[in-house]
Ligand binder design. Structure first.
Ligand code: DGT
Ligand code: CA
Ligand code: CA
Ligand code: ZN
Length: 572
């Protein structure tokens, strides 16, 4: 059995911690902790030392007694003393020690007095202000605990795609640089471009798998090696992102890529389809009567099953296999289809930059047009525009548009919808804009019927064009507000309102499901970045992948049109 040094050390650590909670002799506790530290810092594998008959007592902080315990862990994977302790005390108490301000003694006291065993118990007790009543604890400690638990919950969440990208691209580059790597892809939900990612799945074709795995686990951002085998390994990065690695043979590349891209449900459907046709499909290959069928690409495998090629963004088992069978898959929108960006902010409200700076970046990207759409003033935080400020805002926009012949700069506004569905600026102001975006930034908790009516009322203002970030959800932060979205979508279709797919990775709103629903209802869509700085104009790619996940085609998205056609869309 292969057992990593980290796993041995962890068991010794747990032993020390549980003894401490129990109130054991401090020298005994320290012995376990020191041995754990010593083993973690060994350059050599302890299990191999044991195999070759070496004496473990030559290691720092390891005496006869500990040496025999370590041998027990390596040969059985368990430590019987630890098991015994875990029968006496809940092992979940160990998770409480991770919190700042909670040492073994205090954990024990909370367990004795309030029967707190888990972080959940602790959270409840903190919320009910029970902890401050325990001897040795105060209001301050209680608050500190509550705050830490809130932060921890944040960590359990899935990672936003932009954050994952930032963490994983340097790792990809590091692995790519290893000599024996011939091919490396990130599969899983990252390749399917989901808005959040649970973990990262690297797939590597390499001639020397052992060397590859060694390098993988030695990456400097690795906090913990979770597992390490001959062809696969998992690590936890310091940022708490888990990364899995699979090394496969060249001939398994396509089936492995298909398998590890998922989704799981899509895979299961494909496998069943294969069985019906007499094929066995798994991550190693495609087989008929135990004979390998040569499949060099994913396309080859789909073709074998009489299916059109299915793009990763569609592989969610939401009808894509049926559509592929009938050659009815959508012709998905691509980055290169986009000709402009119709929502962005400048210093006229909460943006960081001037109109010119935004325009220059847009020219650099190669856009034919953009709209500057600063906020109205209703939500004070955005420092937006009031009716009296509109004329000078428009003057400046006009001047900039004239100054840059390479691009068309449309005048726009993102006007707030008030509680009753009226808008935050007068029709006189709105009328003067090339494009009017309306959106909701307040009163999220209205009852569903009221919220729906509020939105329908806003749509009936004859100067509005685009309903921005229509559900208001913030990824990992808050759900969208409740309203009858089908009704609103139908109303948008019949009254020529364009619905936005907001590309900001904190929003991605509409999401895939709602984008598909809107497009099925023949609503025109727009993909905007909602950039608050020139750099954020690059959010377009996230909007595009979200649209692709929603089966959206270029001809459904107005900012794929050229300038003369797009402005026609704003006449209602
Ligand atoms: P995530 O990490 O939660 O964002 O989502 P995925 O899709 O990346 O899921 P993950 O990392 O658990 O697994 C990667 C892919 O491996 C998954 O999309 C499909 C494949 N896979 C994993 N487990 C199974 C399984 O039990 N059956 C099949 N057919 N495929 C699986
Ligand atoms: Ca994954
Ligand atoms: Ca995984
Ligand atoms: Zn907004």
């Amino acid at each position: 059995m292969i057992i990593h040094n980290n796993e041995i050390a962890q068991k010794l650590d747990e032993m020390g911690d549980l003894l401490a909670i129990k109130g054991a002799n401090k020298y005994r506790i320290r012995a376990y902790k020191n041995a754990a530290r010593s083993i973690r810092s060994q350059g050599r594998r302890i299990d191999e030392m044991i195999d070759s008959g070496e004496d473990l007592t030559q290691l720092d902080s390891v005496g006869k007694d500990l040496a025999s315990k370590i041998k027990e862990i390596v040969s059985t994977g368990e430590l019987s003393d630890l098991k015994k302790l875990k029968n006496q005390l809940p092992s979940t108490l160990l998770n409480l020690l991770d919190l700042e301000g909670l040492g073994p003694k205090r954990v024990k006291r909370l367990y004795d007095v309030l029967e707190i065993e888990t972080q959940d118990d602790l959270k409840k007790a903190a919320d009910n202000e029970k902890i401050r009543e325990v001897k040795g604890f105060g209001k301050k400690t209680e608050n500190n605990i509550r705050e830490q638990l809130l932060d921890n919950n944040e960590k359990d969440r899935r990672f936003r795609i932009d954050k994952v990208e930032e963490l994983i691209e340097p790792f990809r580059a590091y692995l790519q640089n290893i000599d024996t790597v011939s091919d490396l892809v990130i599969a899983g939900s990252y390749r399917r471009r989901k808005e959040t990612v649970g973990d990262i799945d690297f797939l590597v074709i390499a001639t020397d798998s052992k060397n590859m795995i060694e390098a993988f686990t030695k990456y400097e951002e690795v906090k913990k090696v979770i597992s390490k085998g001959n062809t696969k390994s998992s690590v936890m990065l310091k940022t708490e992102l888990q990364v899995d690695l699979r090394v496969v043979e060249k001939r398994s590349k396509a089936p492995a890529l298909l398998y590890f891209t998922g989704s799981k449900k899509h895979n299961i459907k494909l496998r069943k389809l294969g069985i019906d046709k007499g094929y066995k499909i798994n991550e190693y290959g495609v087989f008929k009567d135990d004979k390998r069928i040569k499949c060099e690409t994913e396309e080859d495998i789909y073709k074998l099953l009489n299916l059109e090629y299915i793009e990763p963004e569609l592989r969610e088992n939401r009808g894509e296999i049926k559509a592929a069978k009938r050659n009815k898959l959508p012709d998905l929108i691509e980055n290169k289809d986009i000709k402009g960006d119709l929502q962005m902010h400048t210093k006229h409200s909460d943006g960081s930059s001037s109109i010119k700076e935004m325009v220059e970046k847009a020219i650099e990207i190669g856009y034919e047009y953009i709209a500057i759409t600063d906020h109205s003033s209703y939500i004070g935080v955005t420092n937006g525009l009031s009716d009296s400020e509109i004329p000078s805002y428009l003057d400046e926009l006009k001047r900039v548009d004239e100054e840059y012949s390479e691009i068309n700069v449309l005048s726009g506004i993102e006007v707030d919808v008030l509680e009753d569905g009226k808008l935050d600026l007068t029709d006189e102001s709105l009328k003067r804009m090339d494009v009017v975006i309306f959106s909701i930034h307040s009163h999220f908790n209205l009852e569903e019927k009221k919220q729906t009516d509020r939105i329908l009322t806003a749509m009936d203002n004859k100067y509005v064009n685009i309903f921005a970030h229509p559900t208001g959800r913030m990824i990992n932060k808050r759900e969208g507000y409740k309203y009858d979205i089908e009704k609103v979508v139908q109303h948008a279709a019949s009254s020529n309102i364009i619905m936005e797919i907001n590309g900001s990775p904190s929003r991605l709103d509409l999401d895939d499901i709602n984008s598909k629903m809107a497009s099925d209802n023949h609503v025109s869509l727009v993909i905007n970045t909602d950039a608050h700085s020139p750099k954020e104009l690059s959010f377009m790619k996230y909007g595009i992948s979200q649209a692709r996940r929603g089966w959206v085609q270029a001809d459904e998205v107005i900012n794929t049109l050229n300038f003369t056609d797009v402005i026609k869309k704003f006449k209602r």
